[in-house]
Design a protein around this ligand. Sequence first.
Ligand code: SF4
Length: 367
Amino acid sequence: MDVTTLKKLRDWFRKNAAELPWRPADLDAPRDPYAVWISETMLQQTQVATVREYFIRWMKRFPDVETLAKASEEEVFKYWQGLGYYSRARNILKTAKAVTLEERSSDRVHKKTLPDSRKELEALPGIGAYTAGAILSFAYHQREAILDGNLVRIFSRLYALDFLPTESRDAAEIYWDYAREVADSPKAYMHNEALMELGRTVCKVKNPDCTNCPLRNACRAALENRTDEFPPSKKHMQKDWHGTVLIVESADHKILAVHGGQKFFKNQFTLPHFESPRNATAGLPAQAERYIDADKVLSVENIGKFRHSITVHKMECDVLYILLSTKVPKRTAPDIRWVTLEKAKEFFANSFSLKALERLLHRTDKP
Ligand code: SF4
């Protein structure tokens, strides 16, 4: 999302933020991590209108993590009664006990609150990626992404994503990439919360109110009048996709990685790839000349195929190995990196690129 759209989102939120018992009047004020944790846990599977009264009652009886840790499970259940999913209440109590126990036995300053790192938070009972992100973002103002149903619906419409994050790890990663982009800002806490509010009140499941949406000029679904198509309501039929992946190796044994401008993995480095017909003719494809000078090519060889699934695409890819006669240029564009073959395994975060590289690594006649 560009900075202008994010500014519109913040302006909209400042004007339209609902008054909620867990939301301070000053929208820029860091929140109490305990209150964020309790409210976000209550809000899982339960409507805001219902949670409101429960939260007020809870905070009167258990105003902080230490008070909660001393309560009996029976009493905690009494204050949870009606919210359902009692495992949430049980986990809350377990976490309160774990946090206070750790604080008592620690030499650190006694904080009486929740930890401020994703790793520590996610190790606690009942705290998953979403709740950890909310605590880090709303309470500690860290640049942490969150992804809930509201954000999924907005991203699907905004970028016309015809798949859901639950479909595969790659699909989830694409959604998380968009969430991280929004959170890559000192105002991450506000972007995250504004999107949640927008999803609840404007970009609703049915009949989104695009006329009053601050994102409308950037929203593909709204601009193309296709809001009813996103997010997809049922599992899509898989689409066959045939493509070519390029492994370009320089004379000093470095592999070309590109960022952006690709069919898949728009927000991370990947091997260059493009859609191509099956049995494409041999030789250097024209698309490769976007990155390399055809005069510097020593050889082009098809070193095999691999299959992969990304979102709804059932893929079959040819891997073209292109060897250059020259070393890596001293200056390269910011969306290009050259990585050694040894480092490539850690460098590429997507299994798509790694599968293509395996074709090269397992090639017996590699010079
Ligand atoms: S323009 Fe419409 S579909 Fe797009 S994000 Fe806003 S409300 Fe949702």
